[in-house]
Ligand binder design. Sequence first.
Ligand code: SF4
Length: 309
Amino acid sequence: MDQGPLVLKEKPIVGISACCMGSPVRYNGKGWNLLESIGREKGDFIWVPVCTEVLSGMGVPRDPIHIAGDSGKDVWEGDARVISRGRRDLTQDILEGCRMGAKVLEKANVKAYVYLDGSPSCGVYRTSLKNKRLGKPPGVFGSYLYDHGYFLIPVLDLQSPLRWWDWKRRLLAYLWLEQASITNKKDIYDVWYRYKFICQELDEPWAREKGHELANLKKDPDEEYIHFFKKEILDLLRRPSKSNKIINSLWKNYSFYRRKTGETIEGILEPDTKRNITTVAKELSMMERAAFDKGVFFGTSPVVYRGNR
Ligand code: SF4
């Protein structure tokens, strides 16, 4: 089997809350260009900005809205309403705007979305991705995207080089697997060979159990099994990792790289060395580049994008 990384050649398409890409569409006429923080990497994606409040027919400026009830999910289920500061009930307008936003994303073949934390429209529980319920409740559009399996990235994490590195490598792995054709046991084994390291980093007990289960597969599994196998990994990839786990994975992969090539990479530090997260992110990028150039598998980041900038 080829030992290098899997390569995405098509530019990944990512949806984004329009106000985070500089569009001044917030209720108060503001917007921020938060993509600036990822620098040149901005050009590695096709961005699809959406503002569901504007699609609801609300202009700029407008009254701010809030959810009267627990969350955006309850709005879809008819158990909560969306109310403006001027006490207008905008529930149906917002639902219509969200349906339109969803159509735009579908038409553009978007599978991932960068959202504004805390918004009653675009927000998602930051921590719902880790199965905890802290922070502001999901907005109406955010809960739709979460329930429909979108890969959701909180925009503020683009400001941290290490968090962004973590989101990006999981996003590329997510997009590759999402469109992968898996039809038999061999395909499953090929995918697992590529993905088991990142799965181990994200959820060691689950990955161990899955590994045993796959080792005992007797014959080609049916469609339902394949669908579930894919879905479990996709769901896992939606969950952020932790700095200490990433640093350990880096060291493990670097040790593998040194064994394979007999070479060292200047600048990669021992796991116990104290350094800031910007330095760690740089080390990860160096490791990624060196592994790609030498055709050595870097399991914790199994998919890379190599198109034209
Ligand atoms: S609906 Fe979303 S994109 Fe529009 S202003 Fe609110 S957070 Fe930004």
